[in-house]
Design a protein around this ligand. Structure first.
Ligand code: FAD
Length: 303
């Protein structure tokens, strides 16, 4: 079963995201993380494609292990930046040959200090990569795409960004995963707008538990997500108390997820940052909610 089918069979879909260790570090470190994430029974685990294609071989290797060693569905990220057409095809064929049939097609960010317009690439936008995958591989892959509840940093007009998103979906995207956000109302507004312009694919909400002040400040600077006052107070109060910040960050993420699940979200994608113990704490808090939400619905009796 591909990820696109999961959204109709087992909602809400719960997934984790991990990133490959840097090239100069041994790859083995990631396997303990996957082992621990496996025990939390996610519906799938996604593996990022390092900025500018810096970890491309590792992304394939780790996605293959998730699928073939750990028996979990794997979603391999692939970006236009740092990947020629030939490389993209090599990677896609390799993924198929090891049974990984789900790809998150992304444009990618420019390497640090470079402007995106000066980065040479065969596929200009994620939509072009999606179109290529559909054209060459038909339905062999289920394809995911990225979405931005607060808009994308390069597009000032959120309505125009939504039209770009719609065009990307029309090229063959089966499901969307959002950028992290800390204010659920932003997500709900985005969902409404997306629906109103005819975006019908499932949309999984990206949630990042905040456990490190400097790290989250760097990330939001890059991705443009805003920090609401409630989270800003937590960050400022516990900036120098890592254990307390972890408790508060987990509680904040759980609060967001409880609300998302109660509102009928298609899925929640947890950016684990390779911290399986944080994912565990979150999953422990929502286990009974998931059980309730996934109960088979009783058939309505017609007399
Ligand atoms: P696109 O959909 O191509 O959009 C990029 C920009 O171009 C947007 O502003 C859009 O509005 C605009 N645009 C689109 N089409 C047009 C058009 N026809 N004309 C004019 N403008 C247009 N990055 C990595 O490097 N590796 C990863 O593994 C990774 N994983 C991610 C996972 C998720 C869930 C998310 C949300 C992001 C991830 N990113 C990753 C970051 C992502 O690559 C960046 O956010 C990037 O800047 C945009 O990628 P995209 O696929 O959304 O691009």
């Amino acid at each position: 079963m591909k990820i696109k089918d999961l959204f109709s069979e087992r909602r809400p879909v719960i997934s984790f995201e991990i990133f490959p260790p840097k090239r100069d570090l041994p790859i083995d470190g990631i396997y303990a993380t996957i082992e621990e994430l496996k025990s939390l029974q996610p519906d799938f685990i996604s593996v990022t494609y390092g900025a500018g294609g810096s970890t491309k071989e590792r992304t394939v290797e780790i996605a293959s292990s998730i699928r073939n060693v750990y028996g979990i569905r794997a979603l391999a990220h692939l970006t236009c930046v740092g990947t020629s057409k030939e490389e993209a095809d090599l990677i896609l064929k390799e993924l198929l040959s090891c049974g990984v049939t789900d790809v998150l097609a992304l444009r990618g960010d420019p390497p640090a200090g470079m402007d995106i317009n000066s980065v040479p690439r065969h596929f200009r936008y994620a939509a072009d990569l999606v179109a290529h995958i559909r054209h060459v591989y038909g339905d062999a892959f289920s394809i995911g795409g990225a979405a931005y509840p607060e808009g994308h940093v390069e597009c000032d007009d959120i309505e125009i960004g939504l039209l770009h998103l719609k065009a990307k979906v029309e090229m063959g995207v089966d499901f969307l995963i959002t950028q992290l956000f800390f204010e659920n109302e932003d997500f709900y507004r985005f969902l409404e707008k997306a629906k109103s312009i005819g975006i019908k694919v499932p949309i999984s909400a990206g949630i990042m538990p905040v456990v490190n002040k400097k790290q989250i400040e760097r990330i939001v600077t890059l991705c443009g997500a805003s920090i609401p006052p409630k989270l800003a107070r937590i960050l400022s109060r516990y900036a120098d108390a890592p254990e307390a910040l972890e408790d508060a960050g987990v509680a904040y993420a759980v609060d967001q997820i409880v609300d998302l699940l109660s509102s009928g979200a298609d899925g929640v994608h947890i950016y684990t940052m390779n911290r399986p113990w944080v994912a565990r704490r979150i999953m422990e808090n929502i286990a009974r909610l998931l059980r309730e939400l996934r109960k088979p619905k009783e058939r309505v009796k017609v007399s």
